[in-house]
Design a protein around this ligand. Sequence first.
Ligand code: ADP
Length: 184
Amino acid sequence: MIIVFLGPPGSGKGTQAALLAVRRNWAHLSTGELLRAARTGGTPLGQKVAQYLDAGRLVPDELVTGLVVERVKPGPAGGYLLDGFPRNLAQAADLDQLARAAGHVVQAVVFFDVPEPELIRRLSGRARADDDPDTIRRRLRVYAEETSPLVDHYASRDLLRRVEGRGEIDAIHRRVLTALGERA
Ligand code: ADP
């Protein structure tokens, strides 16, 4: 079983994925975290990744899909929470393929709805290397152009669960549970 957490940068999907992963004892795969870990290694791969992260662009699909494929194993126990993947339509197709190969299904896509001014406010308050003003603007544009089409894509497959992303972390967690049909 796979659940995808989708949303713009700063929408809180990472925070919410971590909470749900603990609650369900599922694996939490954050491609952003995996990529940031890769960069700190200082390997040639890490240096390549750093260029994309610092520019606020998407890391090439093959590289990111590779990181996910390595970690999604077949098996009946538990499931996977994907946070930050897929981020474009090509990665969504990769996900279908890798899920099928491992005998999993994408059960739902939880979309965190947060208006852009709120995103800018949140991201400007974070102190990560990829959170300077130019990079923030670039990431929001990349989201709008490349990632947001996934909202319609998954809605048309009846997998999208829209969650209001403003409010307290706990309140949003309960909304996620409700959206997934679980009692809060
Ligand atoms: P945020 O949700 O705030 O954008 P993430 O930690 O999810 O933060 O992602 C940080 C960066 O990692 C992105 O700006 C992008 O450069 C890279 N990244 C993460 N996931 C992917 C992906 N699926 N495909 C390509 N690049 C990715």
